[in-house]
Write a protein that binds this ligand. Structure first.
Ligand code: AMP
Ligand code: ZN
Length: 117
């Protein structure tokens, strides 16, 4: 746990969140500023600042985030597809430095991922 990390504090219960799932490895909760009808975040319980800091010992938690995404997306109402995004670092526009995977969906087709110029 990193005391200054907002997502560590959410996992620890010190900051409230709208939790949708948790187990011994991961924690999932609604994004506070959703960009689509379904928008939640999945994080490892352990503090990892970004994908740059990930190691093989983190594989179970990271794998579980992917393995659970479809079930949770469906339960939240994204029944016809969704998008997963992990932003990393400055170029990836990462805002919170605790690895998190966005799960974004809803009834409408999402915009293209990166606008072609
Ligand atoms: P990123 O740019 O991938 O680092 O995105 C961070 C995400 O965390 C944003 O979509 C924020 O809306 C979301 N966020 C920040 N603080 C909270 C919070 N307290 N509870 C839920 N989501 C949050
Ligand atoms: Zn953290």
């Amino acid at each position: 746990m990193a005391p200054d990390c907002i997502f560590c504090r959410i996992v620890g219960g010190g900051i409230p969140s709208r939790k949708i799932y948790d187990d011994e490895d991961i924690f999932a909760f609604h994004d506070i500023r959703p960009v689509a009808p379904v928008h939640f975040l999945m994080v490892p319980r352990v503090h990892i600042a970004s994908l740059y800091e990930c190691e093989p010992s983190h594989a179970a938690a990271l794998g579980k985030m992917l393995a659970m995404a479809g079930r949770l997306a469906r339960e939240q109402g994204a029944t016809d597809g969704f998008r997963t995004i992990i932003n990393t670092g400055r170029v990836g526009r990462q805002e919170v430095y605790h690895v998190h995977m966005h799960v974004i969906g809803g009834p409408d087709v999402l915009p293209g991922m990166i606008v072609r110029k």
